[in-house]
Design a protein around this ligand. Structure first.
Ligand code: GLN
Length: 222
């Protein structure tokens, strides 16, 4: 399995690089050998990735990454996009107060929020089938177009903003505001992405430390 970690030098501010490592580790638990391939913003993004990962970034880095990705078609890929990476998949977002064109993969717009959203976040995700926990830190507020499925409903925190939901799911493209890294805090989400990539269900692997950590975080939701 080829896990493509995109532009970590730009989209690595919030430690989302760990999502790739969790996927490779859990693929291994399932007997699937996996390589993490780092793609710099000067590289051409390979079309043969099994899972593509985009992370969070500050505004200037976010624009550089978005422009370098223009022309790559994420539509039919398995993608996890976090925060800045999520925003650039939409129709538009703001960076440094200036409206930018996104990649148009998800029908949504991101606008400056009333204040910066920083803190713990938990969402109830029917898509993943569990409560997901994470940490958010963003100024943008994302409005999904009608008919776009969110990743989950907010229990605590802000997520997309005032709409009470977080993230979006279109086909196998998953967006969220949850840092953590989100897959380290929520192993079920990692397994769902692996299943999307291989096209069938996987047995639940035993990983007691990951499970204990996820449950501890869920029990800590205020
Ligand atoms: N720069 C974007 C914002 O502030 C994304 C931040 C992030 O990725 N954490 O909304």
């Amino acid at each position: 399995m080829k896990i493509v970690r995109i532009h970590n030098e730009l989209l690595g501010t919030y430690g989302d690089r760990g999502n790739a490592d969790v996927l490779a580790y859990r693929a291994g638990l399932n007997g699937i050998s996996a390589d993490v391939v780092d793609i710099s913003y000067r590289d051409v993004v390979p079309g043969d990735g099994d899972i593509y990962l985009l992370g969070g970034a500050e505004d200037a880095a976010q624009v550089l990454s978005c422009e370098a990705l223009r022309g790559f078609d994420f539509k039919d890929c398995v993608v996890l996009a976090v925060c800045a990476g999520f925003q650039i998949l939409g129709n538009s977002y703001f960076a440094g107060g200036v409206k930018q064109n996104g990649l148009g993969v998800i029908d949504m717009e991101t606008v400056p929020g009333a204040s910066r959203f920083v803190g713990d976040i938990a969402i109830e995700s029917d898509v993943v089938g569990v409560t997901l926990t994470g940490f958010e830190n963003h100024g943008g507020e994302t409005n999904l177009a009608g008919g776009i499925t969110p990743l989950g409903g907010v229990i605590t925190g802000m997520g997309n903003g005032t709409s009470g939901v977080d993230g979006a799911v279109v086909g196998n493209v998953f967006g969220t505001y949850l840092h953590g890294p989100v897959l380290a805090r929520n192993p079920e989400f990692a397994d769902l992405l692996l299943e999307c990539a291989i096209g069938h269900a996987l047995p639940r692997v035993s990983d007691p430390i990951a499970d204990e950590y996820a449950q501890w975080r869920r029990a800590s939701i205020k």
